[in-house]
Design a protein around this ligand. Structure first.
Ligand code: MN
Length: 488
């Protein structure tokens, strides 16, 4: 990942004299330095803005500089907003308005009119907020004292979201083969996805992949198998299957890296010239941060790569997931999620095992090697991007993952068990009402708030199914949004 940074742009004006401006600048520098210590990316102080030209200049530079993933603004004093208009209108990077102030408490004895003129964020940030609303500019608003843990944590989450925007705008997806025949939800308008989200989604021949596989050397396979051995328990004697997966992984990675792709999709219906569906290969590539989607699902593949980049350390606990089957015993209602092979080991509670089993679906001549494990317990989300025809809809559901309540010893794939919000069956009704796919990205470290912020910046529809969702309200919400998005 690039070395992203964020820019701190502080609003003021000439009215209060040079001394006040010096104080504002010194404090803004101090705040940026102090905040950087506990944020996932550096916050770089840029300017105490007093004129339209200064603001326009810094915005143009922010748009141009690749390392700048977004700007954070704050008005220490009053800062008349007509001078922000031209600059903000040009802004193409994510914007967060931090409504804070330098001092935490009102100093009872010290407070006089000089103090009031210097510490005016309470009205400066309102003037600043007006121009954001007037321009209909997407922005994140975070209010609170700047050193509070909750403010820093929300700023950090927004920074990760903004990096998700940067990663999305550079996303390239490598498709091997088309979507699975006759499936609707994995289809979509690739032009719309490129226009709105920046994704370049293109196809490469499976034959080219086979050619690349044939060029992989035994020494390269040895080295990757050593990596597998260091990370996973080997629970099979079929070393040929593991080596075959290593060969597939090296070839897929080589093709993706050559084309600058961060995500890929394939389908079991098109493995011409391959002995096995990539299982372990896809799982280890996801562990490295690449996105993956089964059955040609390029939308979920790109979303997987983006959510991974938004997570801890730029490669978090997010992975491609599919709703498979339910446990509907009263009081123990759960979804069982898995895939025919490709579940990301970043979701695992313990060290995954490499196993080989027969796979009846698709063109597998040999038993594919795959990682088998149980998913972690804890709060998480599932995310689905669907094409509604004329627009994209992002659906996010809060879920509570549990340690799978059954050992399921004959299930030959990784598995995650969870309860959807508000409860399993209502949650399923809401999901189906919204049109959510069977494929999702499941994430333990990206929140629904982050996805809402991401959707706002990307200018796509957002639907959140939470513990407070009522099916009848959701239906109304979808009806209203359908009208609004048709008008836009
Ligand atoms: Mn699937």
């Amino acid at each position: 990942m690039k070395n992203y940074e964020f820019w701190f742009v502080v609003g003021s004006q000439f009215l209060y004299g040079p001394e006040v401006l010096e104080t504002v600048e010194a404090r803004a520098r101090e705040m940026a330095q102090e905040l950087s210590l506990s944020l996932p990316f550096p916050l770089v102080y840029k300017v105490t803005a007093k004129t339209s030209d200064e603001i326009t200049r810094v915005v143009k530079e922010a748009n141009y500089r690749e390392e700048c993933a977004g700007i954070i603004t704050w008005c220490h004093t009053f800062s008349p907003s007509k001078m922000w208009l031209t600059g903000l209108d040009l802004l193409q990077k994510p914007w967060c308005h931090l409504a804070t102030q330098y001092n935490q408490a009102i100093p009872n004895e010290e407070i006089d009119m000089d103090f009031m003129n210097l510490n005016q964020a309470a009205h400066g940030d309102r003037e600043h907020g007006f121009i954001g609303a007037r321009l209909r500019k997407p922005r994140k608003i975070i209010a609170g004292f700047w050193t509070d843990a909750s403010v820093r944590s929300r700023l950090g989450a927004w920074m990760r979201t903004a990096v998700g925007v940067a990663v999305s705008r550079e996303m390239r997806v490598m498709r091997f083969g088309d979507n699975m025949r006759d499936v609707a939800v994995t289809e979509g308008d690739k032009i719309e996805a490129q226009k709105k989200l920046g994704w370049q989604v293109n196809t490469w021949a499976v034959g080219d992949l086979v050619k690349e596989m044939n060029a992989v050397t035994e020494a390269e396979i040895d080295a990757l198998v050593k990596e597998y051995e260091a990370s996973y328990d080997i629970a099979t004697d079929n070393t040929a299957a593991i080596r075959y997966q290593a060969k597939e992984e090296i070839a897929i990675k080589r093709m993706m890296d050559h084309e600058g792709c961060k995500a890929f999709a394939n389908t079991f219906q098109d493995l011409y010239g391959m002995e096995q569906l990539p299982g372990l290969a896809s799982q280890h590539l996801m562990a490295l941060g690449y996105g993956y989607g089964g059955e040609g699902d390029w939308k979920v593949s790109a979303m997987t790569a983006i959510l991974k980049a938004m997570g801890e350390g730029g490669n978090g606990a997010s992975g491609f997931m599919e709703d498979y089957t339910y446990h509907l015993i009263e009081g123990q209602e759960y979804s069982l999620g898995a895939h025919m092979l490709e579940v990301c080991p970043s979701l695992a509670a313990d060290k995954p095992r490499i196993e080989t089993h027969h796979l009846g679906i698709g063109m597998n001549e040999k038993d594919p090697a795959r990682l088998v494990f149980e998913g972690k317990a804890g709060p998480a989300i599932v995310v689905s991007l669907i094409d509604m025809g004329g627009r994209l809809r992002l659906i996010v559901q809060d879920i509570e993952c549990v340690k799978p309540i059954l050992p399921m010893p004959n299930l030959p794939v990784a598995r995650v068990m969870w309860r959807a919000m508000p409860d399993l069956t209502t949650g399923v009704e809401c999901w189906i009402t919204a049109g959510g796919a069977h494929h999702t990205v499941l994430s333990y470290d990206v929140s629904a708030e982050m996805m809402r912020d991401w959707a706002r910046i990307m200018d796509i529809e957002f639907v959140h199914i939470s513990k407070d969702t009522l099916p009848e309200k959701l239906e109304e919400e979808l009806l209203v949004k359908d009208l609004i998005w048709k008008l836009r």
